[in-house]
Ligand binder design. Structure first.
Ligand SMILES: NC(=O)c1ccc[n+]([C@@H]2O[C@H](COP(=O)([O-])OP(=O)(O)OC[C@H]3O[C@@H](n4cnc5c(N)ncnc54)[C@H](O)[C@@H]3O)[C@@H](O)[C@H]2O)c1
Length: 389
């Protein structure tokens, strides 16, 4: 994934619109509405922090207070680079150190659950990279804990906030595609080479890659009722920078079918063995990676859902593909924690909800269960839908 292109001026301009609206609705002054900054502690200073921190450091609603990593040299380097006043080698020290409001969890996927719990217990709001937890039950318990503590709990990804997602959701709601029948989405590359956790138990292409398409398709089509799936391991041995040669334990090749309401069926495929002539450069991707078809029209998202380039629509009335929303505005995939800070500062509700993230987590869990048992797996969780403003 590439770096953000948001400008501070644009961010502030958007913020001003929201801030004005909010201050008017609450009867407070513009200055009052706008001046609040959420104090942020960033946990995990590896690869993705290089995308999050530039965005957070430009966010008018966030004040970077602390950085933490069990590899202390990483926390120190990011603190120096982004002028973060405090850095720590352990979450215990971070939580008992300089005061902050929002913990941004950018650690290994398997670490999120216990670190999110510790932060929520300490009364911090949490923005977590995916997944929120290692299982649906644990994730639901964390959400319950957040409610008990009176704090907010959100998780990546954040594509439901993109203009392309909004356009697709509105097109579907308009009925322009007729009776919906099927959808397909795919995302793959040849796999990260820096950290072993992507390939260890609890890692895999499902929580790292399929999570984007699962969030997009359930966000557009509604909660899934059941899952049938197959997964496999294509590359059993990998070489990674932190641990050398490792045995791959988690799936690196996945295909799953989701049953939505009214007979609508969708398919997601993802993997760490997908050659792509553009590598992982989203800006070069011009294929439809998400497509939806009904009996009177079809729609394709140009590029990746995390780096959208436009939406093509063809209908009975206009059978030639027409391209819409080629501008993604301020949207970048690494903006989730900044959006969380904005929401806490202004009260603006996000389309991103923890219930949606937990539903996606259940689909991932069900995919693995379907592979292990050969059965179709019914789902129990749901979320607020449609996801549209
Ligand atoms: N790298 C990307 O481009 C990218 C993009 C989107 C999402 N993500 C997600 O971001 C998360 C992190 O991925 P990454 O690529 O940055 O991995 P990474 O290995 O580069 O970084 C993870 C960092 O977390 C630290 N860490 C691990 N356990 C910790 C603990 N208990 N306390 C404090 N620090 C701890 C590690 O030392 C490491 O520096 C994952 O959930 C991944 O799926 C990564």
């Amino acid at each position: 994934m590439t770096h953000p292109s948001i400008t501070r001026r644009k961010f502030i301009r958007n913020g001003m619109i929201t801030g004005v609206a909010l201050s008017m609705s609450k009867g407070t002054s513009w200055a009052e509405g706008h001046s609040k900054r959420i104090r942020v502690g960033v946990l995990g200073c590896g690869s993705v922090s290089h995308s999050y921190l530039p965005h957070l450091s430009q966010c008018p609603y966030a004040e970077l207070v602390s950085a933490c990593d069990i590899r202390p040299e990483r926390a120190a380097a990011q603190a120096a680079k982004f002028r973060i006043p405090h850095h720590y080698p352990h979450i215990d020290q971070m939580l008992s150190g300089a005061e902050f409001d929002l913990l941004v969890n950018l650690t290994d996927m398997q670490e999120h659950e216990h670190l999110n719990r510790q932060a929520l217990e300490a009364g911090k709001h949490v923005w977590s990279e995916k997944p929120l937890a290692n299982s649906l039950a644990a994730g639901q318990a964390l959400l319950e804990l957040a409610r008990k503590k009176g704090v907010r709990f959100w998780g990546a990804p954040c594509m439901v906030e993109s203009p392309q997602f909004a356009f697709m959701a509105k097109t579907l709601a308009s009925g322009a595609l007729g009776r919906l029948a099927a959808a397909h989405a795919e995302y793959g590359h040849t796999g990260p080479d820096w950290s072993a956790f992507f390939y260890e138990k609890g890692g895999g292409d499902l929580p790292d890659l399929a999570v984007y398409n699962l969030t997009t398709l359930t966000g557009l089509l509604g909660p899934a009722k059941s899952v049938t799936a197959m997964t496999s391991i294509i590359t059993p041995v990998r070489k990674v920078q932190d641990k050398g040669e490792i045995q791959v334990e988690a799936e690196d090749n996945s295909m799953l079918l989701m049953e939505h309401a009214d007979g609508l069926i969708s398919h997601v495929q993802s993997g760490f063995n997908y050659f792509n002539p553009h590598g992982h450069d989203g800006s070069q991707e011009t294929r439809h990676t998400v497509s939806i078809v009904g009996n009177r029209g079809c729609m394709g998202l140009v590029g990746y859902d995390w780096d959208p380039r436009g939406v093509d629509v063809a209908t009975e009335d206009h059978p030639a593909y027409e391209r819409h929303v080629t501008d993604k505005g301020d949207f970048v995939w690494q903006m989730g924690a900044s959006l969380a800070a904005e929401s806490l500062a202004t009260g603006r509700e996000l389309l991103i909800t923890p219930e949606h993230a937990l539903h996606v987590l259940e689909i991932i869990q069900a995919t693995r269960e379907s592979q292990a048992t050969g059965r179709r797996i019914p789902l129990t969780s749901t979320f607020r839908w449609p996801v549209v403003r």
